[in-house]
Ligand binder design. Structure first.
Ligand code: SAM
Length: 218
């Protein structure tokens, strides 16, 4: 099954299955706070899923801000759209883009949107570890992100393929051994990395990495 297919199947249960986001809430708040959002800002929520980040983002960007959610699963995007309506996000304040970010076509669609909108903030929560092309993907996003843009990543990590890591990988169609922050560390400015341990029993960490696209870097 493709990742889109897996998440299409999972979409009706996602918010329920993540138990009100209890494991990720603290790290998610930290990741969003690291974006240093201001009223009126535009945020690209890459791998937006059902839109779990929307209300936290919205609180900081206010009614004049914009969210662009990108995801490869129609099922997840349908729920993101419904959440946007519940939150009272007008069509102009929330745009959703369907793109398979494992494919050339999907990456080009995202890059075209970045060129058009020139957002100052990029959020990646629990999506990069799903991509086998995570390193080149983040590099390509950083290539065209505007200078000074803030990037923040929240994801899972385990050095070893423990039983817990296998479970998280299976549930998320991911590989949590991927050090998906590395490209940000290599090319970003003022990068901060913080570890959370909500899954102590499973021996899997959640981390938040954030930094700024430095001027003139490619
Ligand atoms: C674990 S969910 C995370 C959703 C949300 N960001 C959150 O924090 O709750 C992973 C998301 O990544 C999306 N995804 C996985 N692989 C993808 C790909 N190749 N292209 C686009 N989206 C993908 C899935 O559809 C899913 O919505």
């Amino acid at each position: 099954m493709t990742t889109g297919g897996w998440y299409d199947t999972f979409a009706p249960f996602y918010d329920f299955g993540t138990l009100g986001d209890c494991f990720y809430r603290k790290a998610r708040k930290s990741a969003i706070s690291e974006l240093a959002l201001r009223p009126g800002a535009t945020v690209f929520d890459v791998f937006c899923g059902t839109g779990t980040n929307f209300s936290l983002i919205r609180k900081q960007i206010g009614k004049d801000g914009d969210i662009v959610g990108i995801d490869g699963s129609d099922g997840m995007l349908a729920r993101a759209r419904a959440r946007g309506e519940r939150l009272g996000l007008a069509d102009t304040a929330l745009s959703l883009v369907r793109a398979d970010l494992a494919s050339r076509d999907g990456i080009e669609r995202l890059r075209a949107a970045i060129r058009d909108v020139r957002p100052g903030h990029f959020l990646f929560t629990l999506g990069l570890t799903c991509l086998s092309n995570w390193r080149t993907f983040l590099g390509e996003i950083m290539d065209i992100a505007p200078d000074g843009a803030r990037l923040s990543i929240m994801d899972v990590y385990s050095r070893r393929l423990t039983l817990g890591a296998r479970l998280i990988n299976w549930v998320g169609a991911a590989d949590c051994r991927r050090p998906v922050w590395e490209e940000l560390v290599r090319r970003g400015e003022g990068v901060a990395w913080r570890e959370f341990r909500p899954f102590k029993v499973l021996d899997v960490s959640v981390f938040v990495a954030s930094g700024t696209k430095a001027a003139g870097t490619r």
